[in-house]
Ligand binder design. Structure first.
Ligand code: AMP
Length: 209
């Protein structure tokens, strides 16, 4: 868990790739539906573009359906879920959770990072104009596609997401703290240090970049 731009995607992918866990990113599932013009895509397109939260029933359906695929051997890392108390209660009732990783980042740093975020419009590769610049301006290093900002990475949408995060997601952390193992990690460091700290805290094999 962590506010937008805290590195949830990066850290959970590092964990998943290295430890053979399935990475489940709820926001990415919604963006896929929007791009593929599915029925769900039509329902969530405006909500996702505005940086608002999709309704809990739909989120729960998407998570349930994704987890029913059982395509993992060693477990899964869920990224971007749960985001409010109801989602957290659904998650706790339905699945076994070994640990909650909280990436802690001050709002000021969130603004700086998120507004520098870019995505390849062709292959989906992530860039950041501060930490991971493309070699050629606005072009993907891998496929040459055009780099664009996510539609919901505007100052207005970000302000709304930060407000939502503090109103709705902070209480989820409190709920987890009462029931599950929560580890809070300072998300301002470089990505290898953060990954190493997460592994140490969870007793996982150490990280070798
Ligand atoms: P993310 O990539 O995690 O920032 O998610 C992108 C967008 O997908 C969010 O701004 C929401 O509109 C939607 N979304 C993702 N996860 C959730 C969730 N757990 N609950 C509600 N909406 C979500």
């Amino acid at each position: 868990m962590g506010v937008q731009g805290s590195g949830k995607g990066t850290q959970s992918k590092l964990l998943a790739d290295d430890l053979d866990l399935t990475h489940i990113n709820v926001g990415e599932i919604f963006r896929w539906h929007v791009k593929q013009h599915t029925k769900i895509g039509a329902q969530v397109r405006r909500i996702v573009a505005a940086g608002e939260l999709v309704g809990d029933d739909l989120v729960e359906d998407v998570v349930r359906e994704r987890l029913q695929q059982h395509d993992w051997n060693y477990g899964f890392v869920v990224d971007g879920f749960p985001r409010n108390r109801r989602q957290a209660e659904f998650f706790l009732e339905s699945y076994d959770i070994d640990g909650v990783i909280h990436l802690d980042l001050p709002d000021e740093e969130v603004r700086r990072r998120v507004l520098a975020r870019r995505l390849c419009s062709r292959c989906g590769m992530d860039y950041n104009l501060i930490a991971h610049r493309p070699e050629t301006e606005d072009r993907c290093d891998v496929c040459g596609g055009e780099l664009v900002a996510r539609e919901d990475d505007t100052p207005e949408a970000l302000a709304r997401r930060l407000r939502d995060y503090h109103d709705k997601t902070d209480p989820v952390l409190e709920l987890f703290r009462g029931k599950e193992y929560v580890t809070s990690v300072d998300a301002r460091g470089d990505k290898a240090t953060i990954q190493r700290t997460i592994r140490e805290r969870l007793g996982l094999p150490s990280y070798q970049p």
